[in-house]
Design a protein. Sequence first.
Length: 128
Amino acid sequence: MGTQQLLLIVLGVIIVGIAVVVGINIFGTNADNANKDAVTQDCLRLAAAAQGFYRKPALLGGGGNSFNGVDLADLGMDATGVNINGTYTVTPADQTCDIVGTSATVNAATVTITVNPGSIDDPVFAGW
């Protein structure tokens, strides 16, 4: 009877250990996905602000139908381009603007949004 109980206890400990490891892995994966979603949302917010800059007349501090001169401060973000979710850069051209977000937790994970107000597919999303 003692060996059966010992075997059941060992089996129970092994099952609980496996369940804990699986739970930790799932939590880590969900945390990475949540960070990617947050970076994507930040990039989309910056893209919307870039469209506002593009459409605002130059006399009112906008681009006057151009992205030339737009920077992160114009889009409502800290000039360093860093927040808790990741690091962001803006590359303006005359009629397009690329916004790149790099995740703070997922190594080498970047997302790029190209804002092109003259296109039906505005904005164009690439990444992850």
